[in-house]
Design a protein around this ligand. Sequence first.
Ligand SMILES: NC(=O)c1ccc[n+]([C@@H]2O[C@H](COP(=O)([O-])OP(=O)(O)OC[C@H]3O[C@@H](n4cnc5c(N)ncnc54)[C@H](OP(=O)(O)O)[C@@H]3O)[C@@H](O)[C@H]2O)c1
Length: 341
Amino acid sequence: MIKVGVIGATGYTGAELIKLVYNHPEAELSVLTSKTYDGHPISDVFPIFNNIVDIKCQNLDVDIISEQTNVVFLCLPHKISMKYVPQFHKNGVKVIDLSADYRFNSVESYESAYQEHTSKKLFKSSVYGLSEIYKSEIKNAEIIGNPGCYPTSLLLPMIPLVKEKIIDTNLIISDSKSGVSGAGRSPSLASHFCETNESFKPYKVGNHRHTPEMEEKLTENAGEEIKITFVPHLLPLTRGMLTTIYTNIIGKTTRDNIEDLFHNYYGKKYFIRILQKEHFPDILSAKNTNFCDIGFHLDKNSGRLIIVSAIDNLLKGAAGQAIQNMNIMFNLVEQTGLDKL
Ligand SMILES: NC(=O)c1ccc[n+]([C@@H]2O[C@H](COP(=O)([O-])OP(=O)(O)OC[C@H]3O[C@@H](n4cnc5c(N)ncnc54)[C@H](OP(=O)(O)O)[C@@H]3O)[C@@H](O)[C@H]2O)c1
């Protein structure tokens, strides 16, 4: 059995990981941490775990936790993760970090969107955990920078298109919408019920910190510099994410070419569902699953390609993909523990 530590177990992604590990046939929950609830059973925080998971939360002591685990999932805010990742790594524990601290290749890109990185030595040895694209690197990784939710929803459909050079990389516009759990469990005015319920609004237009992450990975896969326009929106929903991307095709690409391309890339990838012609993803069908659903329309008149993807921000956008990465790292079938409804 793989012994798992969930570091920051009292947040939304932590709670999802507890459920996933509890149901995982090859892994067991060994450690749950919390600063605020040190010594309290996790069911004090999430009553859903009453009579099911009765583990007490403990403080974040890396040396003690390293004795008890083979892999830790860090569900901490960025800046906090980078304090602990080097210590777990030194103790030989595999790390899957859900924060942004180990997602980038370029220190400059990370620091432009976040803050000074205090563990640059390990920065380069981490692997970006977009499971379907970087599987062979993930297999041998010791530190995974698990992707952000918006980047997952954009990169999965866009990487095949930029790699095969069938779209105009000067024009990529992404209009994304997320449920409120994307902002984490700490209360804030922006995520307050009365501010979000029955409303719909864009936020951080033109300066969301996921933009450099998406640009870095698109650039790396395209072999040319790519800049995008990204506009996130807040949906009055608890969870789920829908991204609509607008771009132009180049040359004589047809709808069938694009469909073949997606099937070549993802036909054998369990967690990517390419929808039939004129069918489009919806949040309801992706919610509570680890799937990324992709549909698209090629407008013959304008040559514009419109792609829509849907994921659950807490699963394929966070905890689900993190478990998928653990499965790859431990040579398990990718969907182990993730294929139940
Ligand atoms: N929510 C999403 O949809 C989503 C998607 C992809 C990636 N992520 C990333 O995943 C990470 C976790 O997100 P989340 O939504 O689960 O956040 P969250 O609900 O706010 O939970 C954060 C957790 O971190 C702990 N924590 C906060 N400050 C800490 C500190 N100084 N030292 C130790 N522990 C601390 C909190 O616990 P205590 O106060 O109990 O210690 C809590 O368990 C973030 O980096 C986020 O950007 C989130």
